[in-house]
Design a protein around this ligand. Sequence first.
Ligand SMILES: Nc1ncnc2c1ncn2[C@@H]1O[C@H](COP(=O)(O)OP(=O)(O)OP(=O)(O)O)[C@@H](O)[C@H]1O
Length: 368
Amino acid sequence: MTQQPIIRFDNVSKRYNDDTTVLSNISFEMERGKFYTLLGPSGCGKTTILRLIAGFIEPSSGEIQFNGKKINEVPPNERQVNTVFQDYALFPHLNVFENVAFGLRIKKIKQAEVKRRVEEALRFVNLQGYENREISEMSGGQRQRVAIARAIVNDPEIILLDEPLSALDLKLRTEMQYELRELQQRLGKTFIFVTHDQEEALAMSDEIFVMNAGEIVQSGTPIDIYDEPINRFVADFIGESNIVDGVMIRDHLVRFAGKEFECVDAGLDTNEKIEVVIRPEDLEITSPERGKLIVTVDTQLFRGVHYELSTYDRDGNEWLVHSTRKAQVGDEIGLDFDPEAIHVMRLNESEEDFDRRLESYEVPDHAE
Ligand SMILES: Nc1ncnc2c1ncn2[C@@H]1O[C@H](COP(=O)(O)OP(=O)(O)OP(=O)(O)O)[C@@H](O)[C@H]1O
């Protein structure tokens, strides 16, 4: 039996006044206990979704459900939801203990219970012993943890995190990514995390919702979205990609860069114009004779784990290559790749049609 979703958006729109539609007809479901990430460029509506879930704003139309019940007009303090804000929003005049205890004090919870719960929350974020510290005496990463402790102390069902790592330097940010993911798993709560950083989204999430201009363009696991982007926007936004125009000749045969290539895609129209994505790490350097594509190396950078080459084919298409093999700038080389490395994208495909098409390629394993 499938579980009731913890959050459901049914055709939700948000307009701030007559001419600004910030979210248009958004529908999705979120399951209990998973780590979700809303990923997209600045202004695409990520924070608006969090604010709708928290109850700080109401939808202009559509329905929001929590555990199957409509909550459109339920005020924030009656929702089982807490938010960790980008700037943490800690009270500078209160110490660590009182910052975390704040919500419990408002609810007039008895002192012994407050103490027990605050200490438990601080233990969860590895800040036991810091109760009497002032906020000004805490580092960026520690403040972050106080903000998280303050969100979990109320034992909410959902924790919303609005770009909580953006103020931290790279090293601390990576550490906190591990910590947050681990914390979510220990708590078993639903986390909804907002970021515009694709690497962060790929590393942390069970499921990613990629957003653009007030819409959810694609949702799925990090691997699904990385391997099978629905369109140019997602392919470009998630990781580095080579995207070229092409034509579908027939099932399993596609034409791009002036040649025909075997591929796994099927079910498209004959001679349909499409776009092709090949990830840089799926291109292998070989000799010009053995390459499916022949390119000239324009630049080469050493990136630690691999070389990053920018190359051009004879039609002027750029092909980015990540390879452990080295090449020579100015040389002509061959690029080889498997049919599975070619991802064909239709120009305007809905997510339902896209999912259906991909499912049809997966040949079920069954004994004859
Ligand atoms: N109170 C408001 N009145 C009018 N427009 C608003 C209001 N709040 C947000 N917007 C607009 O709604 C759009 C989406 O904003 P939102 O904060 O949800 O985006 P975001 O994806 O979270 O962006 P960022 O990553 O920059 O925080 C933006 O164009 C923003 O200017």
